[in-house]
Write a protein of this length. Structure first.
Length: 334
């Protein structure tokens, strides 16, 4: 019994030794004083050299990008499927012409579609329209010579052929009519921008005289409206006139229009006071305000001068060959 008790006591003492060596710092009331705590061994947690503050950038180990190298020797995208086929040089096969000329005839019937196409052509290709344009209707105020002037254009017809009527004239307020003319022209489109015009012109003042007319009218580069014509009178006199004007939109309603007109004669026409060569030049500016698109009053200024031998004839007759006029007028269309 004594031997067994001694062996039991010795076994309990040996078993309790490792338990006493355990750290009970996590259990309240059994904290181990700091002076007795076993220091932590961080030898297994050392930071890599690249993260060490003292390490220089050059000390970082080079990264191996060999696994990420891109091989540019070949295009990774295959574009062979997008290659455009060459256009065949041969005509279409006969099978392409086996069907009807108008596929809609099969669905709606040939007669119905023939009538529909005729109405479409009449509406869009042969539609007749007309217009009357009062280009200039103005009072001209100058030193000792106050006058009025009109310049009208009307036309009726289609896109290719139409009848055009023009009229110009001027005179003094309270005085006689100085000049007046009327033109009746056939206008034929010779391109998208110009019409060829031919017909007759009748001078009413200063004397009755008729002319054959050949000219062009249209839209020149830089949006200049141009009208040029040759006039051959019943007395064999050949004259010409060229007009040009441009609309410069300052706003949607306020428009500045420079305009010029040049005339010349092939020979002397004494009864008209004209000499051979250049006879007259007009150049002016008109500023109009479109109250509506069809109705626009304007103010302007214009310089007019006679040229060459015509100016000499005017001086010999005691007339001033040039002058400046202030303009008050109206432009309208309907």
């Amino acid at each position: 019994m004594i031997v067994r008790a001694t062996s039991l006591a010795l076994g309990l003492a040996l078993w309790s030794q490792p338990l006493a060596a355990q750290d009970h710092s996590d259990h309240s009331g059994h904290e181990t004083p700091p002076t007795q705590a076993e220091p932590t061994d961080h030898s297994q947690h050392q930071m890599p050299p690249a993260a060490t503050p003292a390490a220089a950038p050059s000390a970082q180990p080079a990264m191996d990008h060999s696994a990420h190298a891109t091989d540019h020797s070949t295009d990774p995208m295959d574009h062979s499927a997008h290659a455009m086929a060459s256009v065949p040089a041969t005509p279409p096969p006969p099978a392409a012409f086996e069907g009807p000329r108008h596929a809609a005839d099969v669905i709606f019937g040939e007669r119905a579609m023939t009538e529909a196409r005729a109405r479409n052509h009449a509406t869009h290709g042969a539609m007749k329209t007309g217009m009357v344009l009062i280009e200039r209707l103005e009072a001209r105020i100058s030193d000792g010579h106050d006058a009025y002037l009109w310049d009208l254009l009307g036309w009726y017809g289609g896109d290719i052929d139409r009848l055009a009527v023009k009229s110009e004239g001027e005179g003094e307020f309270g005085g006689a009519l100085d000049d007046a003319e009327v033109q009746a022209l056939w206008s034929h489109a010779i391109g998208p921008w110009f019409d060829l015009q031919t017909g007759v012109k009748l001078d009413i003042e200063p004397e009755l005289r008729s002319h054959l007319v050949l000219g062009v009218q249209g839209l020149a580069p830089y949006m200049w409206h141009v009208d040029g014509a040759l006039f051959l009178s019943d007395r064999g006199d050949l004259t010409a006139r060229i007009e040009g004007e441009h609309d410069w939109k300052l706003t949607q309603r306020l428009i500045l229009q420079p305009r010029a007109e040049f005339e010349l004669a092939a020979q002397d026409i004494p009864e008209r006071g004209l000499g051979a060569g250049p006879t007259k030049l007009e150049a002016g500016l008109r500023l109009r305000y479109e109250i509506v698109r069809e109705f626009a009053p304007y103010l302007g200024v214009e310089y007019e001068t006679k040229l060459g031998q015509t100016a000499d004839l005017a001086r010999n007759a005691g007339e001033d060959p040039d002058g400046v006029a202030v303009l008050i007028g109206l432009r309208a269309w309907f």
